[in-house]
Design a protein around this ligand. Structure first.
Ligand code: KG4
Ligand code: ZN
Length: 332
């Protein structure tokens, strides 16, 4: 079964063709980073307009790269939330129009479930229960995955998301947007122990808090303007990673999970990936880290999730809309 997956929730226009929920035949991601960089963050109206301009070409490229035509597809899927309303509408409208013209089922996909699902896309034999950390620009949560579609939310951020902390700190340090990849690169040359920034709520349940850390960085830099930026970046990143890894391992202990999994844009972070591997080894677990291109927003994770959703729940009616505040569907 071939599914076209479309992702336009934020600042990436993406489309992919995936076979049977696991074989990626094509995956095209057109990033709008250059359009937003000068504003220091994503401007929703600019994102929506760029999606409108790019969407047809991105979909066409995904089909050509996969060597298929519309008629060779079995379903068309789009991310319907969470995300920016105007941005989501572009992908959902395109998917529904294609489904209608080609007489194919349309499937709406939850953005957060798709980030969880990226692991299964690469490694279909992953055995639940899994402890999964989803950390992106808008969300940070630890989830116990008990099976396909069976998610127990153990904790989430009470204020900023981890990616948001990277973006805000990078902006404050004058490093530009998006902050995650820049800090990731710069931190490799810095001293992780140069400044001991706070690890908020580390030993305190499964919830996260990152806004105090951002304030701590600002306060420190104002008091020590001559500190090396790379040391600040490395020390900040280490504080974020300590908390993310600590909560992921605690979640695995709680859920009796033998596998640690990460997803979402922050899961592309080099230091986080290293530390999750170390934590898995230290606790006798295995770790599964999807490749960075499947961690940041992409169409393949949408197509893979849609494949499973279509088999378990059937298609979505064509009057299905978007939901900018959509939550992960969880157990109890
Ligand atoms: O999942 P994603 O592509 O979009 C959302 O759903 O938000 O995540 C984007 C976020 C941004 O905050 C970006 O700074 C962060 O992921 N990010 C990273 C890295 N690459 C992207 N954070 C840390 N290190 C990275 N290498
Ligand atoms: Zn995302």
């Amino acid at each position: 079964m071939r599914v076209l997956g479309i992702e336009t929730s934020c600042d990436e226009t993406a489309a992919a063709v995936v076979e049977d929920g696991r074989r990626i035949r094509s995956s095209v991601v057109s990033s709008q980073v250059d359009l937003h960089a000068r504003y220091g963050g994503v401007v929703p109206e600019i994102a929506s307009r760029a999606h409108v301009e790019l969407i047809n070409d991105v979909i066409a490229e995904a089909l050509v790269e996969a060597g298929v035509e519309l008629g060779d597809l079995d379903a068309v899927a789009a991310c319907h939330g969470p995300g920016l309303a105007g941005a989501l509408l572009v992908g959902v409208s395109a998917a529904k129009a294609l489904a209608l013209t080609a007489g194919l089922p349309y499937v709406e996909v939850n953005h957060l479930e798709a980030h969880l699902y990226a692991a299964w896309l690469e490694e279909p034999d992953l055995e639940p229960p899994l402890a999964v950390l989803v950390a992106s620009g808008g969300h940070t949560m630890v989830v116990a995955v008990e099976g396909h579609g069976r998610y127990r939310l153990l904790g989430q951020t009470v204020d900023d998301a981890a990616g948001e902390a990277f973006d805000k700190v990078a902006r404050f340090l004058g490093l530009g947007y998006p902050g995650g990849p820049v800090i990731d690169r710069l931190a490799t040359e810095g001293d992780t122990g140069a400044v001991r920034f706070p690890r908020a709520m580390l030993a305190d349940g499964f919830d996260f808090s990152f806004s105090g850390l951002k304030t701590a960085v600002v306060t420190h830099v104002r008091a020590h303007p001559d500190d090396e930026v790379r040391d600040i970046a490395a020390s900040f990143q280490e504080a974020v990673v300590d908390v993310l890894v600590g909560k992921l391992v605690a979640a695995a202990d709680h859920a009796g999970a033998a596998t640690l999994v990460i997803g979402g844009g922050v899961a592309a972070n080099t230091r986080l990936r290293e530390r999750v591997l170390e934590a898995a080894e230290a606790t006798g677990r295995q770790a599964f880290l999807p490749p960075p291109a499947l961690c940041t927003d992409n169409g393949a994770m949408i197509a893979a999730t849609a494949w499973w959703r279509l088999r378990s729940g059937g298609p979505t009616p064509l009057d299905g809309g978007v939901d900018p505040n959509l939550r992960l569907p969880t157990l109890g």
